[in-house]
Design a protein around this ligand. Structure first.
Ligand code: HEC
Ligand code: HEC
Ligand code: HEC
Ligand code: HEC
Ligand code: HEC
Ligand code: HEC
Length: 407
C-alpha cells in the first residue's frame, strides 16, 4: 500500500515538474522582461495583443498552449516553414488565421524570443487591464490636458466681468438715489448744487482732444496687430486636415489597435522621409480584415489597377528647407507627438505645429541634445561642460546655422 502511494506521489511530482518545466526556461529578471516588452511592442504588437485576439491570436498562456518552448522559437523564426512542413499545431492555427501570414523573424536570437515570452508571461499573470469607467468618473472628457486651465481661465474672466458690471449697476443706483435725496432737501448752496449735479456733457468729452487721440490710437493699434498677425500667418496651415481618398483613421489603427507608427511609416527612424505606406502594407491585415467594407475595396482597386492611392499631403515644408526625420526621431529621441500632436487620437490627421522657421529655431534653442550613449557627442559634451554649466543644447551643435537647414 505505501509502495503504491509512494509511486503515485513520485509520478505526480514528476508530471508536475514536467508541466512547469517548459516555463522554467522563461527568464524572470527585470532586464529580460523589459527587453521583451520593447521587442514585443516594436515587432509583435501590430498583430498581437496579450489578452485579446487581434490580427493573430491572443498570446496569453501561449507557453502553456503551444507544444513546447522550442516550438514557439521555431514558429517565430519561420511560421510558414512549419506550416509547410506539416506541423499539426501550426496547421490548426493556419486553418483559423489564413490567409494572414505571420511575419518571419529569423534574425531574433533564442534568448530574445525567450525575453518576449517573459514579458508575455508577466502580462498574462497581471490579467487583462481593467478600463476605468471614464464616462462615470467624468475624467477624460476634456480632450487635451492644456485645454482645462484655458477653460477655467475663461470661466473666471467671464465671472469677473459679470461681478464688475453688477458693482457698476449698484453704484449707479446708489448715486442716483443719493442725488434725488439731496435735491429734495433743497437746503444746498450753489457750490454744493454744482457738486451734486455736475455740468457734465457728453458732447464736450467726445470733442476733447485727448479723447480723439486715445480713440485713434487704440483703433490704429488694433488694425496694425490684425495686419501683422495676418502677414505672419501667410503660408501657415495649422489645423489643415484635408479629406483623404480612403477614410483611414489613426484613432482606430494607432490608438485603439496600438499599431506602431513605424509599422506603416517605415522610413521614420532611418531616413529623411517618414514615408506614407503603400497599399501592400495595408494588405498585411486587410487581405482578411473587413474585406467587404467599401473603404477597404478601394485598397483592392488600387492594387488591381496598379494605381497608387492619392493621399493628400498635409505637412509640407517649402523646398528651400531641409528636415530629416531620423535625425530627430532616432538620434534626437523626440516623440512623434511633440511635433505632430496626438495623432493616435485623430480620426483625420491635421497639422498640429506651425512648421515655420521660428518654430524650428525655438525648439533648437530650448532642447537638450540626447547625448546619452552616443559616443559621437562625448568629446563635444566634455568641451561644452568646460565652458558652461548648462546642458548641451541643439543650438550649441550648430542647430541655428542657416546652412544646416538651407542649402
Ligand atoms: C503580420 C502579423 C503578425 C506579426 C507581426 C506577428 N505575428 Fe505571431 N501570429 C500571427 C498570426 C496570423 C498567427 C496565427 C498563425 C498563422 O496564421 O500563421 C500568429 C501566431 C503566433 C503564435 C502562436 C500562437 C498560438 O496561439 O499558439 C505565436 C507564439 C506568435 N504568433 C508569436 C509572435 C511573436 C513573438 C511576434 C513578434 C516577434 C509575432 N508573433 C508577430 C501574426 C503575426
Ligand atoms: C496602419 C498604418 C499607419 C499607422 C500605424 C500610422 N500611420 Fe500615419 N499615416 C498612414 C496613412 C495611410 C497616412 C496618409 C493618410 C492620412 O493622412 O490619414 C498617414 C499620414 C500620417 C501623417 C500626415 C502625413 C502628411 O501628409 O503630412 C502623419 C504626421 C502621421 N501619419 C503620423 C503617424 C504617427 C505619429 C503614427 C503613430 C502614432 C502613425 N502615423 C501611425 C498610415 C499609418
Ligand atoms: C496591422 C493590421 C492593420 C493594418 C496594417 C492596416 N489596418 Fe486597417 N484596420 C485594421 C483593423 C483591426 C481594423 C478594424 C476592423 C474592425 O473594425 O473590425 C481596421 C479598419 C480599417 C478601416 C475601416 C473599415 C470599415 O469599414 O470600418 C479602414 C478604412 C482601414 N482599416 C484602412 C486601412 C488602410 C488604408 C491601411 C493601410 C495604410 C490599413 N488599414 C492598414 C487593421 C489594420
Ligand atoms: C522634430 C519634429 C518632428 C518629429 C519628432 C516627427 N516629425 Fe514627422 N514631420 C515633421 C515635419 C517638419 C514634416 C514635413 C517634412 C517635409 O515637408 O519635408 C513631417 C512630415 C511627416 C510625414 C509626411 C511624409 C514625410 O515624410 O514628409 C509623416 C508621415 C510623418 N512626418 C510621420 C512622423 C512619425 C511617424 C514620427 C514619429 C516616429 C514623426 N513624424 C516625428 C516633423 C516631425
Ligand atoms: C521638438 C524640437 C525640435 C523641432 C521642432 C525641430 N528640431 Fe531640429 N533638432 C532637434 C534636436 C533635439 C536635434 C539634435 C539631434 C542630434 O542629436 O543630432 C535637431 C537637429 C537638427 C538638425 C541637425 C543639426 C546639426 O547641427 O547637426 C537639423 C538640420 C534640424 N534639426 C532641422 C530642423 C528643421 C528644419 C526643423 C523645422 C522644420 C526642426 N529641426 C525642428 C529638435 C527639434
Ligand atoms: C532649424 C532650421 C533653420 C535654420 C537654422 C534657419 N532656417 Fe530659414 N527657414 C527654415 C524653415 C523650416 C523655413 C520655411 C518656413 C515656412 O515655410 O514658413 C525657412 C525659411 C527661410 C526663408 C524664406 C522665408 C519665406 O518666407 O519663404 C529665408 C529667407 C530663411 N529661412 C533664411 C534663413 C537664414 C538667413 C538663416 C540663418 C541666419 C536661417 N534661415 C536659418 C528653417 C531654418
Amino acid at each position: 500500500m505505501t509502495r503504491v502511494l509512494f509511486f503515485l506521489l513520485f509520478f505526480t511530482t514528476l508530471s508536475l515538474s514536467f508541466i512547469t518545466n517548459a516555463q522554467d526556461e522563461i527568464p524572470t529578471e527585470e532586464a529580460r522582461i523589459s527587453e521583451g516588452e520593447s521587442l514585443f511592442k516594436g515587432n509583435c504588437q501590430s498583430c498581437h495583443k496579450v489578452h485579446e485576439k487581434l490580427v493573430g491570436p491572443a498570446l496569453k498562456d501561449v507557453y502553456d498552449r503551444a507544444p513546447s518552448i522550442d516550438w514557439i522559437v521555431n514558429f517565430v523564426w519561420n511560421s510558414q516553414k512549419m506550416i509547410a512542413d506539416g506541423d499539426e499545431y501550426a496547421n490548426e492555427l493556419w486553418e483559423e488565421y489564413q490567409p494572414t501570414q505571420m511575419t518571419a523573424f529569423p534574425t531574433f536570437s533564442r534568448d530574445q524570443i525567450l525575453s518576449i515570452l517573459a514579458y508575455i508571461k508577466v502580462e498574462t499573470e497581471a490579467g487583462p487591464e481593467v478600463v476605468a469607467d471614464v464616462a462615470a468618473t467624468g475624467e477624460g472628457v476634456q480632450p487635451a490636458g492644456e485645454s482645462i486651465p484655458a477653460f477655467y481661465l475663461n470661466a473666471i474672466m467671464v465671472g469677473l466681468v459679470v461681478v464688475l458690471v453688477l458693482i457698476l449697476v449698484v453704484l449707479i443706483l446708489i448715486t442716483s438715489v443719493l442725488r434725488k435725496y439731496l435735491n429734495q432737501r433743497g437746503d444746498l448752496d450753489t457750490d454744493d448744487q454744482e457738486i451734486v449735479n455736475p455740468k457734465f456733457s457728453f458732447d464736450g468729452l467726445i470733442k476733447s482732444k485727448p479723447f480723439i487721440f486715445m480713440v485713434t490710437f487704440v483703433f490704429t493699434a488694433i488694425v496694425f496687430k490684425v495686419v501683422i498677425n495676418q502677414l505672419f500667418a501667410v503660408g501657415v496651415q495649422v489645423g489643415y486636415a484635408p479629406k483623404q481618398p480612403i477614410a483611414f483613421s489613426h484613432e482606430l489603427h494607432a490608438g485603439q489597435y496600438e499599431i506602431d507608427c513605424q509599422y506603416c511609416h517605415t522610413g521614420v527612424r532611418k531616413s529623411k522621409s517618414a514615408n506614407i505606406p503603400s497599399p501592400n502594407i495595408c494588405m498585411n491585415c486587410h487581405s482578411s480584415i473587413k474585406t467587404e467594407s467599401p473603404e477597404i475595396q478601394k485598397i483592392y482597386a488600387a492594387i488591381e489597377n496598379d494605381k497608387p492611392i492619392e493621399w493628400v499631403r498635409i505637412h509640407n515644408l517649402p523646398d528651400l528647407a531641409y528636415f530629416n526625420h531620423s535625425q530627430h526621431v532616432e538620434v534626437g529621441n523626440i516623440e512623434c507627438q511633440t511635433c505632430h500632436g496626438p495623432i493616435e487620437e485623430m480620426e483625420v490627421v491635421r497639422q498640429h505645429s506651425l512648421l515655420t522657421m521660428g518654430w524650428c529655431i525655438d525648439c533648437h534653442r530650448e532642447t537638450n541634445v540626447n547625448t546619452k550613449g552616443n559616443a559621437y557627442y562625448d568629446k563635444l559634451v566634455e568641451l561644452h561642460s568646460e565652458e558652461s554649466k548648462e546642458a548641451l543644447k541643439v543650438e550649441d551643435i550648430g542647430g541655428l546655422e542657416c546652412a544646416k537647414c538651407h542649402y
